[in-house]
Design a protein around this ligand. Structure first.
Ligand code: ZN
Length: 135
């Protein structure tokens, strides 16, 4: 069963964005820097899902380039799938276009890939899976 794991929001200032969402009544449960994506991430649960605030640590990064081109805003939608490797394999067999080919490890140790917006109706779509138990 698929669920919306989180909505990724690109922001110029994590501090300013956190202040707003906390004023709204959300809590920040996790904050970390994902070095290979050059991004600082804060996670704020909303019901069963989460908002993921993203601030680039370098202009030369996916989020930095997104902000330069389009400003702050909704960056991606992340769906949690039960079997990420199997899902990726199945989509590759039908020729679905990915941003990168390999599954990566992101914030909180979860596994993820990004699909190309040309494959998804114009949405940058992340597929993710919870970290393996015991890690
Ligand atoms: Zn994400």
């Amino acid at each position: 069963m698929l669920e919306i794991d989180h909505l990724g929001v690109a922001v110029k200032s994590l501090a300013a964005a956190k202040e707003f969402y906390q004023a709204l009544g959300l809590a920040v449960v996790g904050e970390e820097t994902v070095e290979h994506e050059k991004v600082k991430v804060a996670m704020l649960p909303v019901g069963e899902s989460r908002i993921e605030l993203l601030e680039a640590t370098s202009a030369d990064s996916p989020v930095g380039r997104f902000i330069a081109k389009r400003g702050e805003g909704l960056h991606h939608v992340a769906l949690r799938v039960p079997d990420l490797a199997g899902t990726v394999e199945r989509l590759k067999q039908r020729g679905t276009r990915f941003i990168t080919d390999e599954i990566k490890v992101g914030a909180g140790g979860h596994l993820y890939v990004f699909l190309h917006p040309s494959a998804t109706g114009g949405v940058l779509l992340e597929l993710c899976e919870d970290p393996p138990q015991g890690v």
